[in-house]
Design a protein around this ligand. Structure first.
Ligand SMILES: C[S@@+](CC[C@H](N)C(=O)[O-])C[C@H]1O[C@@H](n2cnc3c(N)ncnc32)[C@H](O)[C@@H]1O
Length: 318
């Protein structure tokens, strides 16, 4: 059967969610999508956004939304710890839920936990005033740690850890833990003061415009033949850019027919790693650079820096 996921999937090429999308409720790590489906049905006036790192869960969630005819569900594929920043405008989300996340119990894996200070701060920049974050977990120390993290952030009223009775509804993992006789805990934090931080959408747009003018600079390059084109593009291989916000590494170059090439690039913005390719093509006397249509990255500062670098470097070589 063919499923058309149409509008459901949102990503780097779609505008970030904003307050004009109506009240926004988000579930991080929705797994099989049961809770998301219930949330969407209970809040028909909301846009309900599910964020998942697993592509398989995204496919399952999209099928569930279509089968249930839940038109208010949207899905974002990737690591919610970073995508909250790029997929949402500032201060537009009303509710965020996280059910039964992996607690990453080993000390050496602690940085993989979602509910860390960086996350609490980023979330504060995305929640509306009085917006809430609710964690449900079977792990008592994880609930306590999350409460402490949110209390220390200074922007939340963090409620106590409460042991909850089996609710009328449970997620797949909740049922699993309840079946093993475990208790289930809940922590709720409410945003109590304004805290916009991070790159605003406006700033991203301004930088994109700068990038576009840099692209036209590159477009002015005309006197190339196939050999000089290859030398020029090859000069990017192995280049690295680094500052306190991002690191960018230019990897292998692949040449296509005529004067066309793909450069593999890795950008890491505050831990958010993206792999993509920059396409460089010479046609009709113009040299152009843009991110390849396969695996479009989010326009993070690192990604924008990589494009600026391509334009500067190839321009300088000619
Ligand atoms: C243990 S399962 C819980 C699934 C579901 N919430 C439930 O209660 O049945 C955790 C889910 O979170 C997802 N996940 C883990 N880390 C994530 C992250 N950083 N961003 C988004 N999803 C994440 C996993 O892919 C997995 O589906």
């Amino acid at each position: 059967m063919y499923w058309n996921f149409g509008d459901i999937l949102r990503g780097p090429d779609t505008p970030p969610f904003r307050d004009t999308d109506g009240p926004l409720a988000v579930e991080i790590g929705f797994g099989n999508g049961e809770f998301l489906e219930r949330l969407a049905a209970e809040r028909p006036g909301y846009t309900v956004v599910g964020m998942e790192i697993s592509q398989w869960c995204i496919a399952k969630g999209a099928r569930r939304a279509l089968a249930g005819r839940l038109e208010n569900i949207r899905l974002v594929w990737g690591d919610a710890r970073y995508l909250l920043k790029y997929a949402f405008d500032g201060e537009c989300v009303s509710e965020v839920f996280m059910n039964c996340p992996c607690p990453w119990p080993k000390r050496r894996h602690a940085e993989r936990r979602v509910a860390r200070r960086e996350f609490a701060d980023l979330l504060a920049s995305r929640l509306v005033l009085s917006g809430t974050f609710t964690l449900v977990t079977d792990v008592d120390w994880y609930a306590a740690e999350t409460r402490d993290v949110f209390a220390a952030a200074g922007t939340y009223e963090a409620g106590p850890v409460t042991r909850i009775q089996p609710r009328g509804f449970s997620t797949k993992y909740e049922r699993k833990w309840l079946g093993m006789g475990r208790d289930i805990y809940e922590v709720r934090a409410k945003k109590k003061k304004s805290a916009v931080r991070g790159t605003s959408t406006q700033k991203i747009r301004e930088e994109l415009e700068t990038m576009e003018s840099a692209e036209s600079l590159l477009a002015a390059t005309t006197a190339l033949n196939e050999e000089s084109f290859r030398d020029l593009v090859r000069s990017l291989e192995g280049n690295e850019l680094e500052n306190s916000d991002y690191k960018v590494v230019f990897r292998e170059v692949f040449f296509g027919a005529g004067m066309s090439a793909l450069v593999k690039v890795i950008s890491i913005d505050e831990g958010f790693e993206q792999h993509y390719r920059v396409k460089i093509v010479h046609a009709d006397g113009r040299l152009r650079a843009k991110t390849d249509s396969v695996g479009h990255p989010y326009r993070t500062p690192g990604v924008r820096a990589s494009l600026r670098h391509v334009t500067r470097k190839t321009g300088a070589e000619l």
